[in-house]
Write a protein that binds this ligand. Sequence first.
Ligand SMILES: [Zn+2]
Length: 237
Amino acid sequence: MLNLLFEIQRNREIIKRTREALKGESNNNFIRRVKKEFEEKKSKYKLVDSKLNEVEKNIEQLEKKLEDMKREVMQEESKLYGNLKYDLKFISTLEKSIELKKGEIRTLEEDSLNRLYDEENLLKERDMLRKELVDIKNEFYKNKKVSSDKIIKSKMEIKKAEDSILNCEKKVPKKLLDKFNELCELKGTGAAKLSNGVCSGCKMKVSAITIDDIKNNKDIVYCDNCGRIIYYSGHDE
Ligand SMILES: [Zn+2]
């Protein structure tokens, strides 16, 4: 009969432990940390993306400016070589203008090249961030799956322990069960094993009187130190 009480105690302990683990799982720190990391990386990605858009727009403008400038130079050059009726002063002004514009073109081309390098670097950075985001997302879902599997398993364990307790309780006489539950509420456990005269609940040696009570087959015997049930005769059944 005491074995049934031990079984109840053991299953109650399992339920308590599993519920604590469940609580820990439901506010899983890992998931929270990964979520934060993902948000941070995402805003970084957006920043790089908008920088990239800006650079691309900039390149477009530079290219357009370059085209215009080149066209102007071509026009001026065709004026210079195609028509000989201009005077020397006009020719010299035209030449200077062409020279100036060619200088500007060189500067613009250099700018454009630098922007292209920027673009390339930003593209690389954006790709890297995108890959990192995908990795974090995958890790997140993997962990979430593991976590939900753990929760399902824990709930099943709790159910199993609850069923086992109900099953045991049915077999224990009401008087004994009530006494046991009363003690459980007070001390956490209500029954203890006695080995070589030592109570497993309080680790103390029980008195000679208590040993006598057991020998005399008394109905319920309690540890005289902690009060836990250490013997049940089964008289009343
Ligand atoms: Zn005891």
